[in-house]
Design a protein around this ligand. Structure first.
Ligand code: HEC
Ligand code: HEC
Length: 725
């Protein structure tokens, strides 16, 4: 176990104080919570009793300020669940139907706000005498997802993921003051204590968006800028890396640091073909990354370093151990221990990390296994699969976790501050970093016998509650779990489908499909960067940009960039072998096919395509359509409008210069891609070589059809039409 900084007890929270009252009563008082907590042994050592208020940043789960209930945004059944505390089988659950799929909830006093994806809106409600009462809503750009409120509760900033916008909402009047375009897939939001600025994380790309809130209000527009935060520079061959899965960020209570939990594409580490999970820290005094960059080195040195990092021979080299969590989905700051809690969607665990570290993923305090009751052949949890949201108790000793693949809740007793600071869990419930445990973990921890010092506290799950059965039925439900899971060794070698196809969308990354030698002999695998391929292989791999799946898998086939897989199931079987380091552990073909069919069921019925606005084409878009369909421009010949804008045939377009870092694929025939949902899935082509549609059309000439003779207005019209598809 790696642990660097000592953890202090004092709470740096500037926030309003709440009364010191444990949310989770001592075990003796509730029969349904076998291991429920005794108050943490901090009262004698902690001079102050300032407790965490309800956070101002949204999550799929939130606690009411009086700790009487939890609110859960259930995207699967489009409901808001109000769950009475203490959590257990006897918890009362009141479910309110929402006007669409919810994403995040934020709570202030007796008010709550919920983002709704489609139709995009912020749904407002009051919580009174145990009931939630809708008090109004305000329309937001479609696919509203993230929300955070100002400290005075007067405003909220929301993010609309698919439509790439942020909106500033007056919460008293329930009106949108302004919306602003930002980069692709804005997600998690934090707002500073004084309501001056907000930081927005993105599902695609490593840079953050900074929004000047007050300036925006004055100018009627919101001023946005990009803040560079390279992913995991300590595990990068140079410069820092690109990132994906930036669902969430957190602020330290003193407002000095911002933590971005995400996935570093191409991060180096032993067998780390997929990269590594990372928490990148931005220092807010000077708005610069905390971890130092490697100086630009000559190519030879870079590859030397890469070899060192991927061989794992030197355990002092950062990144030589495997990733401490998989597919980060939510992050919280725990002030009593100055640690970060990160929910790993792929490994059904919550990791606790030292927030004071330069790179918190290299200072793992421990893990809480929330997934339980694993299937005997599939490594899939029956309870709490794919943790997606977290809420802390007011004394920060308990954590409630919402699990997105099983639609249930787990209550976790956290390590007491003393244990966290000693960097050791008092029991086996919290384990050190490493590969996700392949064996089934125990169900709720039994009460521990008293350790030699302090009262008995067993970290781990102490209660569970199922919210709703999966409406997809058993096949689709298994497919849903497989889609998120990264620990079933047959389908994945460490990164679940959702790791590259988040929510069935895409990571914006171009993967390297490379043939090299591993412990299993010669294999063809995906790797995140050419630096991870062993030097002896003398290859950098072929370019494979991740395709979007949601709403784009209705055709019978073929699938794959070379149209080489006749059906999705064939493609998945091919993928199972590619997404790993080495070969698939021996598994009968019919077992693999069963899994592929279950996932296929989920892809078609469970993934939800982004909403289209359905508006009639404006004159410019109509002109673009006319050009697209015309013989002269000739797009429709290959991009057939009657079948998702593709004939699905592979076709060799004239070659373009090779993209940096890749080898020339000897097969130049690529499947004519369907053009649906184009606007939201940059960059384009199998190698990501066109960053925008404007650029693609500008440079096209006679390569695809003929755009070379079009006027600037007509090119713009064509692009405008493509963006409506
Ligand atoms: C490491 C990233 C990664 C992971 C993990 C991953 N994919 Fe993919 N997926 C890709 C890339 C890249 C392609 C394009 C590869 C190609 O066509 O050669 C792709 C292609 C596909 C396609 C074909 C789409 C089309 O339009 O042709 C399907 C279907 C698919 N993936 C499903 C899945 C499923 C199901 C899983 C989980 C079992 C999964 N993927 C896991 C990156 C990934
Ligand atoms: C001869 C067949 C053909 C014609 C005609 C054609 N395309 Fe394509 N198109 C392709 C192929 C093949 C690809 C994939 C190439 C690659 O990935 O390297 C592609 C890719 C694209 C993409 C990128 C899609 C993605 O998902 O990355 C866009 C956008 C596109 N075409 C637009 C057009 C437009 C606009 C026209 C008319 C001006 C056109 N195409 C005409 C064959 C064609």
């Amino acid at each position: 176990m790696v642990f660097v900084a000592a953890v202090a007890f004092s709470v740096g929270c500037k926030c309003e104080k709440e009364t010191a009252k444990p949310d989770v009563p001592p075990a003796a008082s509730t029969a349904t919570e076998p291991g429920a907590t005794t108050p943490a042994p901090t009262s004698t050592t902690t001079p102050t009793t300032s407790f965490a208020p309800t956070p101002r940043s949204g999550s799929s789960i939130a606690r009411s300020p009086d700790s009487k209930v939890l609110f859960v945004a259930d995207e699967i059944t489009s409901k808001l669940h109000v769950v009475s505390l203490p959590l257990g089988e006897s918890s009362k659950v009141e479910s309110v139907s929402l006007p669409g799929r919810p994403a995040q909830i934020v709570v202030a006093d007796d008010l709550l706000w919920v983002t709704i994806r489609d139709p995009g809106m912020l749904w407002a409600a009051k919580f009174e005498s145990g009931h939630v009462q809708n008090t109004g809503q305000v329309a937001l750009p479609s696919d509203a997802w993230g929300v955070a409120i100002t400290a005075d509760h007067s405003h909220a900033l929301t993010s609309s993921a698919w439509t790439s916008q942020v909106s500033w909402v007056d919460l008293q009047k329930l009106t949108v003051d302004w919306s602003h375009d930002v980069a692709r897939e804005p997600r998690g939001i934090v707002i500073d204590e004084n309501g001056q600025w907000a930081l927005v994380s993105h599902l695609v790309g490593s840079a953050l968006t900074k929004v000047e809130l007050t300036k925006g209000a004055l100018d009627g527009g919101g001023a946005v800028s990009r803040i560079a935060l390279p992913a995991s520079p300590l595990r990068a061959p140079h410069d820092g890396l690109n990132a994906s899965l930036g669902y969430a960020g957190a602020l330290s209570p003193d407002g000095k640091r911002y933590f971005a939990a995400r996935h570093a594409l191409g991060a180096l580490g032993k067998n780390s073909w997929f990269g590594a999970a990372t928490v990148d820290v931005l220092g807010l005094d000077d708005w610069s990354p905390l971890a130092p960059m490697r100086p630009e080195a000559p190519l030879e040195q870079k590859s030397e370093l890469a070899t060192q990092l991927i061989s794992g021979a030197d355990t002092r080299v950062p990144g030589s151990s495997l990733t401490p969590f998989v597919q980060p989905r939510a992050v919280l700051y725990r002030s009593t221990t100055q640690t970060l809690l990160v929910a790993g969607e792929g490994d059904d665990r919550v990791a606790e990390l030292d927030a004071m570290a330069l790179d918190p993923t290299m200072a793992v305090v421990g893990h809480y296994q929330v997934g339980a009751d694993y299937h005997p052949t599939y490594h899939l949890a029956k309870h709490c699969a794919a943790p997606a949201g977290m809420a802390l108790s007011s004394d920060e000793n308990a954590l409630w976790v919402y699990c997105g693949a099983t639609n249930d809740l787990a209550q976790v007793q956290l390590m007491p501050p003393a244990a966290s600071s000693a960097a050791a869990a008092p029991t086996g419930a919290a384990t050190s970093a490493g590969t996700p445990a392949p064996t089934a973990p125990p169900s709720p921890s039994p009460p521990s016998s008293a350790p030699s010092t302090g009262p008995a506290v067993t970290p781990g799950v102490t209660a569970r509650l199922l919210l709703a059965e999966d409406p997809l039925g058993p096949g689709g439900a298994t497919g849903r779990k497989l889609f998120y899971n990264a620990t079933d060794f047959a389908t994945s070698g460490g990164l679940g489908c959702a790791g590259c196809h988040p929510e069935g969308r895409d990571d914006g990354h171009v993967w390297h499909e490379a043939n090299f030698t591993t412990e299993d002999g010669d294999t063809v695998n995906f790797v995140g960067s050419e630096h991870t391929i062993p030097k002896e292989a003398h290859t950098r791999g072929y370019a494979r940009r991740t395709p979007m799946l949601a709403g784009r898998v209705n055709a019978e086939g073929p699938y794959g960039w070379h149209a080489e897989s006749p059906t999705i199931v064939d493609r998945e079987l091919k993928g199972f072998a590619l997404h790993r380091w080495g070969a698939i552990p021996e598994t009968p073909k019919e077992e693999l096919t069963k899994r592929a069919r279950a996932v296929f069921d989920f892809l078609r019925r469970g993934l939800l395509a982004p909403a289209r606005d359905g508006a009639a084409l404006n004159p410019q878009q109509a002109r673009g359509q006319e050009l697209f369909l015309s013989k002269e421009v000739g797009c429709a010949e290959c991009h057939d409008p009657t079948s998702g804008y593709t004939t699905r045939k592979a076709y060799p377009l004239p070659l373009r210069p090779l993209t940096d870092g890749f080898d020339e694929d000897p097969d130049a025939r690529y499947k004519i891609p369907g053009l649906t949902f184009l606007a939201g899935r940059t960059p384009y082509f199998h190698d990501g070589s066109a960053a925008t549609l404007e650029e693609l059309v500008e440079r096209n000439g006679t390569r695809m059809g003929n755009t070379g003779t079009l006027s600037a207005d007509d090119r713009a019209a064509l692009v405008a039409f493509l963006k409506t598809l």
